[in-house]
Design a protein around this ligand. Structure first.
Ligand code: ARG
Length: 271
């Protein structure tokens, strides 16, 4: 993105061009990189210009293994991070990852971040604010329960205290259960900790993270699949930027054809 910087360079180039005596690198024989003429005005036009500075700023919430988590080096890692970096390679841009709260991702597109990848489900509500790439993964909500529980089916969630990560599809589902109390957390793992300590009856979270948590705390909790509606993960994009959407979708398609996508699935998800 860095639109402000591009604008500044353009303004300066125009200013320099207006006062002929100012020396600049482009005046040297052969090179004209910093001449006003060579500064393309398309860089500051609307739409399709997000990639023009060579940096794609990507928002995520690295609290969602195996799609995104903070790696041993303190940097976001996981399937989504590897996927967006591979897309960046195809597009010839550098990918900068911003780790932020899940609930602020959609609203930050177009200001703090260019796009978001966060195991984000395509929903109608989100589509009012952002566009989505082609879907890259199908998921479903799972229910995490204490090892000992009477809950055996979705209807048993009525009247229960249920935790979820704030603003997620799992969170939005809780109101479907008659008389249930919703408790929202910034991180799914904090809900899991409250489940383990008995403050919650259940946690609703996407399948793959549920499997990771159930495996990590296998003594204390278990997961169940109550056959909720399947959900599609996609990359959230600025609304109306068809050029960017095309570029991202083409890169995604190429990664599927050349085998990179499947390699990432086996490396991060099905291992
Ligand atoms: N798929 C769910 C949703 O879109 C949960 C995503 C949570 N992702 C995360 N990185 N914390 O609402």
């Amino acid at each position: 993105m860095k639109k402000a910087a591009v604008l500044l360079v353009l303004t300066m180039a125009v200013a320099f061009a207006g006062c002929g005596s100012t020396p600049q690198a482009g005046d040297a024989e052969g090179g004209n990189e910093s001449n006003a003429d060579s500064v393309s005005t398309t860089e500051v036009s609307d739409g399709g210009d997000i990639l023009s500075d060579g940096v794609l700023t990507v928002g995520t919430n690295a609290e969602f293994p195996p799609f995104e988590y903070v790696g041993d080096d303190g940097e976001p890692d996981g399937f989504d991070i590897a996927l967006i970096k591979a897309i960046g390679d195809k597009l010839g841009v550098e990918v900068e990852v911003e780790n932020m709260e899940f609930d602020s991702l959609v609203a930050s597109i177009g200001s703090k971040i260019d796009v978001a990848i966060a195991g984000m489900t395509v929903t109608e509500e989100r589509q009012n604010m952002v566009d989505f790439s082609d879907s890259y993964y199908q998921a479903v909500q799972y229910v995490l329960l204490p090892a000992e529980t009477e809950i055996a089916a979705a209807e048993d969630l009525a009247g229960k205290t249920i935790g979820a990560q704030l603003g997620t599809t799992g969170d939005l589902m809780i109101e479907d259960f008659e008389g249930a109390t919703a408790k929202q957390y910034n991180k799914a793992v904090d809900a899991v900790n409250d489940l383990i300590s008995g403050r919650l009856d259940a946690v609703i979270v996407d399948k793959n993270p549920a499997l990771v948590f159930a495996d990590k705390f296998s003594e204390e909790i278990q997961y169940m699949d109550f056959n909720f509606e399947p959900e599609d993960y996609a990359i959230a994009l600025p609304k109306g930027d068809a050029a960017l959407a095309d570029a991202v979708n083409n890169a995604l398609a190429e990664l599927k054809t050349d085998g990179t996508f499947d390699d990432l699935v086996s490396q991060y998800i099905e291992n």
